[in-house]
Design a binder for this molecule. Structure first.
Ligand SMILES: [Ca+2]
Length: 332
C-alpha cells in the first residue's frame, strides 16, 4: 500500500512537471522538433517503466497478501488442533474423575460383611434354590438396619437372580409423584411400580450391580449401576452399556434424581414438570422411563411419554418396561 501511494505521488509530480514545461519553454528559445520528440519519447519510456514497476509491486503485494492469508490459515488450523487436544484431555480428565467418584462411592457405601447366609436380594434367594419368578419378601436385616421388603424376582431371564425395581405394563398407575413417594416406592409389585429410591440405594450398596432395562423385544444392559444416598439426591452412576436398544441412559449418568416437587436437574427448565415423572433428569431427557403411559404409543404433542430415544425417539411411548438389577459377581 505504502509503495503504491509513493509511486502515485511520483507519477503526479512527473505529470505536473511535464505540464509546467511548456509554460517555461515559452521564455526559452523554441526547441527543435527532434529535441521535443526525444523528450516525449524518453518520458513515454519513463511512464512505461513506472507502470511496469507499479504492476510488479502490486503483484508482489498480492503474493504477500496471499502468504499472510496462508499463514493465518495455518495458524488457525494449528489452533483448532490444539483445541481438539484440549477437549480430548478434558474429556479424559472427566472420565477419570467419574471413575474416582464411583470408587469413592463404593468405598463409602460398601456394605459391612455379614454371614454368607444373609438374604439381600433376589440373587441371594436364587442361590438358596428359589428358582420360580414371583413375589418374595426380603427379611429385615438388623445388622444393616434394613426393613423387610416385598420384591418381585425374575428367576428366568439370563440365568435369573434379578430384583425388579421398576415396571410399566398396565398403565393405570400415575408416575407423576413427589419426592417422598419416589423415596419409599409406590404401585403394585405385580403390576406397575417404583421400588423406591431408598430401597434401590440399599440394594446397590453392594459394589457393582447390573441394571437391565428390558421391554418388548429390546434391552439395554449396564455392568455397573449404583445410586448415591438421599443427601446426594440419589445421584445415578452407570457404566459399560451393552444391548440393542441404544445407550439412552448415558445422558442421565452423574445426574440427581428429580421429582415434581424437587428440581435437581441440570436445566433452567423444570424437567420433572415437563416430562411428568421422577427420574435422573439432565436437561432434560434421552430416556424417560417414569413418564406418562400412552396406550397407543405415539404422542406427537409432548415428549412426556415412556421414551427411550435410542430406539423409538422422543415421540413414542413404550408399552412395556422393566428395570432389574443383580450383583455383577452373580453366578447362575
Ligand atoms: Ca431445573
Amino acid at each position: 500500500m505504502k509503495f503504491y501511494l509513493i509511486l502515485e505521488v511520483t507519477l503526479l509530480l512527473i505529470a505536473v512537471t511535464w505540464a509546467q514545461n511548456p509554460k517555461k519553454k515559452l521564455l526559452l528559445p523554441k526547441p527543435s522538433k527532434a529535441q521535443c520528440c526525444d523528450e516525449v519519447r524518453s518520458l513515454k519510456v519513463q511512464v512505461a517503466n513506472l507502470t511496469s514497476l507499479v504492476e510488479e509491486l502490486s503483484r508482489k503485494q498480492e503474493t504477500d497478501l496471499m502468504n499472510v492469508v496462508r499463514q493465518i490459515m495455518d495458524l488457525d488450523q494449528q489452533n483448532r488442533q490444539q483445541e481438539a487436544r484440549v477437549t480430548e484431555a478434558e474429556s479424559k480428565y472427566s472420565e477419570i474423575n467419574n471413575r474416582v467418584e464411583i470408587m469413592q462411592l463404593q468405598t463409602l457405601q460398601s456394605a459391612p460383611q455379614t454371614s454368607s447366609d444373609a438374604i439381600y436380594d433376589c440373587a441371594s434367594l436364587y442361590t438358596k434354590n428359589y428358582r420360580i419368578s414371583g413375589e418374595y419378601k426380603l427379611p429385615k436385616d438388623d445388622f444393616l438396619g434394613t426393613p423387610d421388603l416385598n420384591v418381585y424376582c425374575d428367576m428366568e431371564t439370563k440365568g435369573g437372580g434379578w430384583t425388579v425395581i421398576q415396571r410399566r405394563k398396565i398403565g393405570l398407575t400415575s408416575f407423576n409423584r413427589d419426592w417422598k413417594q419416589y423415596k419409599h416406592g409406590f404401585g403394585s409389585i405385580r403390576g406397575d411400580f417404583w421400588l423406591g429410591n431408598e430401597h434401590i440405594y440399599r440394594l446397590t450398596r453392594q459394589p457393582m450391580l447390573i441394571i437391565k432395562n428390558s421391554w418388548e423385544s429390546r434391552f439395554a444392559e449396564y455392568s455397573f449401576f449404583t445410586l448415591a444416598n438421599e443427601l446426594n439426591s440419589y445421584k445415578l452412576f452407570i457404566a459399560n452399556y451393552s444391548g440393542n436398544a441404544g445407550n439412552s441412559l448415558r445422558y442421565h449418568n452423574n445426574t440427581n434424581f428429580s421429582t415434581m416437587n424437587k428440581d435437581n436437574d441440570k436445566c433452567v427448565d423444570d424437567c420433572a414438570a415437563l416430562r411428568k415423572g421422577g427420574y435422573w433428569y439432565n436437561c432434560c431427557t434421552d430416556s424417560n422411563l417414569n413418564g406418562v403411559f400412552y396406550r397407543h404409543g405415539e404422542h406427537t404433542r409432548s415428549s412426556d411419554g415412556i421414551t427411550w430415544y435410542g430406539w423409538h425417539g422422543s415421540n413414542y411411548s413404550l408399552k412395556k418396561v422393566e428395570i432389574k438389577i443383580r450383583p455383577v459377581g452373580f453366578q447362575p
